[in-house]
Design a binder for this molecule. Structure first.
Ligand code: FES
Length: 353
């Protein structure tokens, strides 16, 4: 059985022969950043310090040749064939919340726009003896419904804060309803107030780092705003004194939501600002809207990212392009926290937002 020695913790894990490294780490609840699970996003990088792994096919943009030569591997594509030693990056900030199973009831389903809904769940039963569910702002969970004996599961980020889960047993998700969405298409029918749902999580490593003392920039595209609202609200509630700036990007005015919450945060916290960015200009746009790309607006407003952390969430194309741009503009990889949500066709288990 291959043995995996994990630095800097010094932990040893025993793997099944030919087991996937990411699966092994998740099985033992080792906190590691990951998203697509298919070699496309590069978020599961770790340093291979000893031994060899067999890497399955991946997108070279996720792991450029020079990084591979330097000993970096993608945990989601690494097959374990012998004893290895790996070093997890970003380990100073890693926070581990155990993955839980929660039985929840839908308490509210409110339209935020014509297509986007706020789904609020009350946790009725939690595993691990019912201890409160904990997560870090910015993480996501898997929502599961049973339709005629068939399980439908998709990943969505928590828009609510960890405090609301821990003290009020409440979780809120923002879900765009699409006619072909396996789970989102059930909003209003199977998923309606009173219905039961299973929640598994939390997952994801693009979460708020409370020990960081520089400016915080949160960038959300579409329903990627959900985890960014959670990150920003948590940072402000935690008493963060440095600038906290939220960039909310939408296609056009029909997609805009969250303005009231952002306005309220602006009124309550002097160090908070937000920018509303729309791709398309239309008559009747909110007066505070600027038009163009999220990347363009972010660079125009911030310019220098020294000492800052940037949190990103949204469609994969946006997250990948913006991540590249930010790294080119000098943001350190450890200060970029992004979980892209890949559509189910490109993943093993499916994800959405
Ligand atoms: S490349 Fe491994 S999780 Fe995306």
């Amino acid at each position: 059985m291959p043995r995996v020695h994990i630095l800097p913790a010094g932990t040893d894990l025993l793997a099944d022969p030919d087991e996937n490294l990411l699966k092994l780490l998740r099985r033992h609840q080792v906190p590691i950043r990951y998203s697509c699970k298919s070699g496309e996003c590069g978020s599961c990088k770790c340093a291979l310090e000893q031994g060899q792994v067999r890497l399955k096919a991946y997108d070279p943009r996720a792991l450029p040749p020079q990084q591979k030569e330097a000993g970096i591997i993608l945990a989601c594509r690494a097959v374990l064939t012998e004893d290895i030693t790996i070093r997890l990056t970003d380990s100073d900030d890693l926070i581990a919340h155990p993955e839980r199973k929660l039985l929840c009831r839908v308490v509210a389903l409110e339209p935020l726009t014509q297509e986007i809904f706020a789904l609020q769940l009350h946790i009725e039963f939690a595993d691990m003896g019912g201890i409160p569910f904990t997560f870090s702002a910015g993480q996501y969970a898997q929502l599961v419904v049973d339709v005629d004996g068939q399980e439908i599961a998709r990943d969505f980020s928590m828009a609510s804060t960890p405090v609301e889960a821990e003290y009020d047993d409440l979780l809120t998700f923002h879900i765009r309803r699409t006619p072909t969405g396996a789970l989102s298409g059930l909003l209003g029918s199977v998923i309606r107030p009173g219905a039961q749902m299973l929640v598994r999580g939390p997952m994801g490593t693009s979460y708020f780092r409370p020990r960081h003392t520089g400016p915080l920039y949160a960038v959300g595209g579409g329903t990627g705003l959900a985890p960014m609202l959670s990150v920003v609200q948590t940072a402000l509630d935690n008493g963060k004194l440095e600038p906290v700036v939220l960039f909310a990007g939408f296609r056009n005015q029909a997609d805009v939501y969250g303005l009231e919450q952002m306005e309220q945060m602006r009124r309550n916290f002097r160090n908070f600002r937000y920018h509303l960015v729309l791709d398309e200009a239309q008559a009747g746009d909110p007066p505070q809207a600027v038009h163009g790309s999220l990347a363009g607006q972010l660079l125009a407003v911030v310019g220098d990212f020294t000492g800052a952390k940037v949190y990103l969430a949204g469609p994969p194309g946006m997250v990948e392009a913006l991540s590249d741009t930010l790294l080119q503009h000098g943001l350190a990889e450890n200060d970029l926290h992004a979980d892209a949500f890949y559509p189910p066709v490109r993943t093993e288990q499916g994800a959405s937002a």
